[in-house]
Design a protein around this ligand. Structure first.
Ligand code: ADP
Ligand code: MG
Length: 402
């Protein structure tokens, strides 16, 4: 049984990415088209400009042609132009902000000319057959800005999508948190009533001499188990209190408990690095739940027989504790290393796929630690690693959201 949302979600994600790319491509092509059209217009404007100059320059000009000067030649406020003589020496320029100093101006214009030569071929001007000039030009500011536009737009789209992604993720996490916490609280609460009633019954049977006292002992064991479950649920449903505990002893306790409940063909081993001080701030009921869940998965991964080895050690700087849980089960391929922690991921007929999700939550959110598949090989076995910080005087920040 699987709650399979993961595949769908990644499809949606790819859909959004494809959509963003499409917007990008369309806007790049569209602006390219606009740029092309404006560039053609500017070329015609320059040709007209050159013609105007040619006309005004010719000697057999009669009448008043000031309008030509005003409307065509002076009207060019946008397109940078340089006019050269027939040997290519700049003699005049427009819209270029050339320096005043003649020497600097010449140098500047020659440099601009070089750039313009690469952009467009010049317009030739012929005045009275013997005089030849050339008009060089480059793109107006408008074109340059337009060319940047799609990239600016894409940057904004990108930022927008990133923001949306993080907002949705935070919202989803907050929602998941409230579901976990609420469900756990409710469960602990509901279990509380029958539990206290059972405890009262046991007290009653204890003093009843006709009642078989060996049954009372068994009942007490079951109640203890019941209490443990309630404890776990109420711990995950409230702000967990962390207390310094010996991680090795805590894990050993749960191993003893599990040993009695699984096939004797599954061998447990637990070890600790010599002289290691494995005391860390933990929430005992939750931490036990973590070890139990991982060990139960390990048992499930075996076909009835195998070994589970827990090994505990501290890091060299003595700030963290490593807990490696190794099994000789069926293993998994590396592509599953992350998937196993997702809610709903299971390969079992009767699995819920929530065990490791819960484990990850407990380790990361409640203990500020990390958990991951250290290694795994199909048909060989799997090792999970838990890393939790040791107490170092600094209070551990717990990033749960309530
Ligand atoms: N020790 C392991 N060896 C091999 N596969 C594992 C092991 N632990 C977990 N898995 C895989 O991860 C899946 C998810 O585990 P879990 O979240 O505990 O859910 P469930 O146990 O309900 O399937 C399991 O179905 C299994 O495929
Ligand atoms: Mg499980």
């Amino acid at each position: 049984m699987a709650l399979n949302l993961t595949e769908n979600r990644s499809q949606i994600r790819w859909g959004i990415v494809a959509f963003a790319v499409l917007i990008g491509i369309v806007s790049i092509f569209y602006t390219q088209d606009l740029v092309q059209e404006i560039a053609e217009r500017e070329q015609r404007q320059i040709e007209l400009y050159a013609k105007g100059l040619e006309f005004i320059g010719s000697s057999n000009l009669t009448g008043d042609y000031t309008f030509l000067m005003d409307e065509i030649i002076e009207a060019n406020h946008t397109i940078p132009v340089i006019m050269t003589d027939q040997d290519g020496n700049p003699i005049d320029s427009r819209n270029l902000n050339a320096p005043e100093n003649p020497e600097a101006q010449d140098k500047f214009l020659r440099k601009q000319l070089k750039r313009m030569k690469k952009l467009h071929s010049p317009v030739k001007m012929q005045i009275d057959t013997e005089l030849t000039y050339y008009v060089y030009y480059s793109d107006s500011e408008l074109i340059r800005r337009l060319q940047y536009f799609p990239y600016v737009q894409l940057t904004f789209i990108f930022i927008f999508f990133v923001l949306v992604y993080f907002i949705f993720r935070a919202a989803r996490q907050a929602e998941q948190n409230s579901v976990w916490v609420g469900l756990a609280k409710e469960t602990a609460h509901q279990l509380g009533t029958p539990l206290s009633s059972l405890m009262a019954w046991v007290e009653y049977f204890k003093v009843d001499e006709d009642f078989d006292q060996s049954i009372v002992t068994e009942l007490e064991k079951d109640i203890a188990r019941f209490q443990m479950i309630t404890n776990r649920f109420s711990s995950i449903g409230s702000v967990p209190t962390l207390k310094p505990e010996d991680v090795y002893l805590t894990a050993s306790g749960i191993v003893e408990y599990l040993k009695k409940r699984v096939s004797s063909k599954v061998k447990f081993r637990i070890g600790i690095e010599p002289y290691a001080d494995a005391v860390a701030p933990i929430n005992k009921p939750l931490f036990e739940w973590v070890i139990e869940n991982i060990c139960k998965n390990a048992v499930d991964a075996m076909s009835g027989r195998g070994e589970i080895e827990i090994y505990i050690r501290t890091t060299k700087d003595d700030r963290k504790i490593y807990i490696d849980i190794k099994d000789t089960g069926k293993g998994m391929s590396p592509s599953k290393f992350k998937d196993v922690f997702r809610p709903g991921f299971t390969t079992k007929k009767r699995g819920w796929g929530l065990g490791l999700t819960l484990v990850k939550r407990i380790v990361e959110n409640y203990h500020d630690g990390k958990i991951f598949v250290l290694r795994s090989e199909v048909n060989v076995g799997t090792t999970f690693r838990i890393i939790i910080p040791k107490e170092d005087g600094v209070p551990i920040e717990i990033n749960t959201m309530y």
